[in-house]
Design a protein around this ligand. Structure first.
Ligand code: NAD
Length: 476
């Protein structure tokens, strides 16, 4: 997959950063201060499993502390290394700035294939890793707040939260030390789906702007658009599910580790996901054509490509054959800097990772606020909102009756109008608002500046500008 001339993931992020900074007028030296990673902690620890001690290597990188706590996921994968966590931590800084989540950027990872371990073994490993990070304040409600990423989910976050609480028994805010927890452990409604939901909102917003859609040589709405998704994990599954079930998009290809499924009439995401869960991969799935060389499907004809698995999958070795006119980077760093240039020259529009997958950190932000305020969103206002709506409905019905106007409110309207917003509705509203506002700030730069040719550069300009202002305000 990789090519000798290809820069590393970290270098790729820096190259993209440099391209944007060249168009800015930052005070001398500030550019470097923003670009560099403040610190990366490497830990090696042992866990006794299956009668012997296994040594694991983990990382937690802090890219920028212009705002604290710093925030970023913890990834479990054999590909984890220092270069990768630093690149991901840098992306977190820019992502948080772009969506106005008040955090600096961080990222962590454990070099492990979680599929090789039993649940109780993973719990021992996760708790030990959490202990190592927490004792150095690299997990802390006001300093460093992890979240799920590739290979981790609610279960791991619950173990981390509990481990932190055991080590900090009097910290009333201990639940805010990590986000992406299950509801019963202090999580928030809508966090599991948040990143995929954010991808959907990002595409919906893009398609609200016909002049932007035209730049990708597309037209119309999401309805009927042919979509290929790589990686049917947390992010890819939710994005594909919502786009097909709610926006009428056709999922014509799903690429997984063991190959790809292709179907011009559209795949049923739920049924493919169930198949993967039951069989460990897409191989053998009945209602589609199976392609053994899954990565080749990244080059297939479609309207929208959603890489939602891992970084560097669209690179110098395949970029010139990629046909998608629109790529939305649901994964972090799926397009290398070299490939980005080739695709830009071809006129392909790329909705960049730092925006496209920011739904996760946005809802993590809401979860952190919920944990610090110790109350579920909507608990105080929901019934009051319903009571006020009921007043209006009853008044309208009274007027209709008294004045013999003959009006009747449709039962559907009444049901919808009378329902006050609970936590899930508020989370979705906050997420949608965030994705729409961030798109507009990024697209505005893209449309208005002749020297900004793509959304990624525009996104960097907005976020670096915000990080720079924050440093300036601090007097640095
Ligand atoms: P996940 O572990 O839930 O899913 C990853 C999926 O990709 C799995 O289905 C896996 O089988 C598949 N996959 C792995 N290697 C592959 C390959 N070579 N080819 C095809 N498929 C492959 O992970 P996730 O949480 O969905 O994260 C996916 C990406 O999204 C990562 O880049 C991550 O950094 C990014 N992201 C995740 C979140 C989040 O909230 N989970 C937030 C922001 C960004």
């Amino acid at each position: 997959m990789s090519n000798v001339q290809e820069p590393s993931f970290r270098e790729s992020v820096d190259l993209m950063f440099n391209r944007a900074v060249a168009l800015m007028d930052l005070p001398p030296g500030l550019e470097e201060k923003i670009r560099v990673c403040n610190a990366t902690y490497t830990v090696r620890f042992g866990v006794r499993l299956r009668g012997k001690i296994h040594t694991f290597t983990g990382y937690r990188s802090v890219h920028s502390e212009h705002m604290e706590p710093v925030k970023g996921g913890i990834r479990y994968s054999l590909g984890v290394n220092q270069n990768e966590v630093e690149a991901l931590a840098a992306l977190m800084t820019y992502k948080c700035a772009l969506v106005e989540a008040p955090f600096g950027g961080s990222k962590g990872g454990l070099c492990i294939d979680p599929r090789e371990y039993e649940e109780h073994e993973l719990e021992l490993i996760t708790r030990r890793f959490a202990y190592e990070l927490a004792k150095r304040d690299l997990i802390h409600p006001s300093q460093n707040v992890p979240a799920p990423d590739m290979g981790t989910g609610e279960r791991e976050m619950a173990w981390i939260a509990d481990q932190y609480a055991r080590m900090n028994t009097t910290d009333i805010n201990s639940k805010a030390c990590v986000t992406g927890k299950p509801i019963n452990a202090g999580g928030i409604q809508g966090r599991v789906e948040a990143t995929g939901r954010g991808v959907q909102y990002a595409l919906q917003e893009f398609f609200r702007h016909p002049q932007d859609v035209a730049k990708a040589n597309l037209s119309g709405s999401l309805n009927g658009k042919r979509v290929i998704v790589q990686g049917l994990g947390n992010v890819g599954y939710h994005a594909a599910k919502f786009l097909s079930e709610e926006d009428g998009a056709l999922i014509v290809g799903i690429i997984e580790r063991d190959g790809a499924l292709v179907s011009p009439k559209g795949l049923n995401v739920e049924s493919v996901s169930r198949w993967i869960r039951d069989h460990g991969g897409v191989t053998g799935y009945p209602d589609a054509t199976y392609v053994e060389d899954g990565a080749s499907v990244l080059e297939a004809e479609c309207d929208i490509m959603i890489p939602a698995a891992l970084e560097g999958v669209i690179n110098l070795s395949n970029a010139d054959r990629v046909q998608a006119p629109l790529i939305i980077e649901a994964a972090n760093g799926p397009v290398t800097a070299g490939a980005d240039e080739i695709l830009r020259d071809k006129g392909c529009v790329i909705i960049p990772d730092m925006y496209a997958n920011a739904g996760g950190v946005t809802v993590s932000y809401f979860e952190w606020v919920k944990n610090l305020s110790h109350i579920r969103f909507g608990r105080m206002g929901r019934r009051q909102e319903e009571a006020r709506h009921l007043l209006i409905v009853e008044e309208l019905e009274r007027l209709s009756k008294d004045k013999e106007l003959g009006w009747t409110l449709s039962p559907d309207f009444k049901d919808k109008y009378l329902k006050g917003a609970g936590e899930l509705e508020l989370v979705r509203s906050g997420l949608e608002d965030t994705m729409r506002t961030a798109y507009q700030s990024m697209a505005e730069v893209w449309r208005s500046r002749d020297d900004v040719k793509d959304l990624r550069t525009a996104a960097y300009l907005v976020s670096i500008g915000r990080v720079a202002s924050s440093y300036r305000a601090k007097g640095l």
